[in-house]
Design a protein around this ligand. Structure first.
Ligand code: GLN
Length: 390
């Protein structure tokens, strides 16, 4: 058989998604891959039922159905504080996963450098490799996951084409402050760099933190490529509806990449999701409140069990410190956790450039009874997983 492609040699399948399969294998409560087990808003599901009887069975316009783009542009103009033209500044994609890939392919050439904070969402490593870019990793330091401004500037001095900014951040839960974003924006301007944002958790932020859109900062509209999705905001991760919002110059190119990658997102699902995009402010406030309650429930449970963990400012992930178990491999620990304790987690090493091995990531986007069941199972963790190497 001829050799397979070189570009696929340097990364594995997604460990996040692999852990869902491991959880299924052991019947574990799956807190690995981040997706809810509660229903999306009923208005969206009702509209989906109607749409199935209407004529939405063929392709929509490749860069997104007209009414979806109009509803999205209206909503995002309001939240992003910048008027968005639905006909020139939006591409609808198959999830934010495609949006990020489209953004990377649209701005980078093979050999270009891209700044990535570590820890980072797993996909960015593969995105960089597939688009031929070389990541420059800049550490975020716990407990607040702050960057060191000198280290960040040193990365920009290497003339990267873009920086990837996941805000609110998966997996560490950091919500970048306006001051931090202004500092990044100044560097982007000084060194002529694009900012590619991944803002899928834009509406899942815990008080007193607030989400600031990079694209809304002075002079940043032109150089920011804003990627996000409807997955987390409307609890429809399986619908694969994402988007890129950027200036017309960038979108002209993004449209081409998207067109040849996927042609388009599912037409009936775009139509049904318009109802959600038209929701009023209250919906987003309720969503944040609902996640605050889940965060409180789950983190209190971990505290009661005396399991050390991070305290997210946004998104729905928490990282647990498993040093006490003395495992050399966090991947092996997660396998044992799924099998013996019955809880699915993602090994922290999937998110760090540094050799971090003592953290695992759980998410709390689940019904309260699911979270309570997970906590109940975790209460036996020290009985079921004995410390190694001690
Ligand atoms: N963002 C989710 C996570 O980090 C999963 C996204 C995906 O699998 N596409 O778990």
């Amino acid at each position: 058989m001829p050799a397979l492609s070189d570009r696929t040699k340097d990364f594995t399948d997604s460990v996040i998604r692999r852990m869902t399969r491991v959880s299924l294998k052991y019947g574990a409560v799956n807190l690995s891959q981040g997706f809810p087990d509660f229903d999306p808003p009923k208005e969206i599901l009702q509209r989906l039922a109607e749409v199935s009887r209407e004529d939405y069975n063929q392709y929509s316009i490749t860069w997104g159905a007209q009414n979806f783009r109009e509803a999205l542009a209206l909503k995002q103009s309001k939240y992003m504080g910048h008027p968005i033209n639905p006909n020139g500044e939006v591409v609808v994609t198959c999830g934010s996963t495609e949006a990020m890939m489209v953004a990377m392919m649209s701005v980078t050439n093979p050999g270009d450098k891209v700044v990535v904070f570590s820890p980072f969402y797993e996909n960015y490593g593969a995105d960089a490799i597939l688009s031929g870019a070389d990541p420059i990793y800049v550490p975020l330091y716990p407990p607040e996951f702050n960057y060191n401004p000198d280290e960040l500037e040193a990365a920009f001095k290497q003339k990267p084409k873009a920086i990837i900014l996941c805000n609110p951040s998966n997996p560490c839960g950091k919500v970048f402050t306006k001051e931090e974003l202004l500092f990044i924006a100044d560097l982007a301007k000084k060194y002529d760099t694009f900012v590619i944002t991944d803002e899928v958790y834009e509406h899942i932020v815990y008080e007193p933190y607030e989400h600031v859109y990079m694209a809304s900062l002075p002079g940043m509209w032109e150089r920011t490529i804003s990627c996000s999705s409807l997955s987390k905001t409307y609890s429809i991760t399986g619908w694969r509806l994402g988007y890129v919002i950027a200036s017309e110059e960038v979108i002209e190119v993004a449209k081409k990449v998207h067109d040849f990658l996927t042609v388009g997102a599912a037409a009936p699902l775009q139509e049904a999701a318009v109802v959600g995009l038209n929701f009023k402010d209250d919906y987003y406030k309720d969503l944040a409140r609902k996640y605050q309650a889940k965060k409180d429930l789950f983190l209190k449970g971990l505290d009661d069990l005396k399991i050390p963990h991070t305290n997210p400012q946004g998104a729905y992930y928490v990282m647990l410190d498993i040093s006490e178990f003395g495992y050399d491999s966090d991947l092996e620990f997660c396998e044992v956790l799924a099998e013996k304790v019955g809880v699915g987690a993602v090994p922290g090493s999937s998110f760090f450039k540094e050799p971090v091995n003592h953290l695992i990531r759980l998410h709390f986007a689940k019904r309260d009874d699911t979270l309570n069941e997970a906590l109940n199972r975790l209460s036996d963790i020290r009985k079921k997983i004995s410390p190694l190497h001690k």
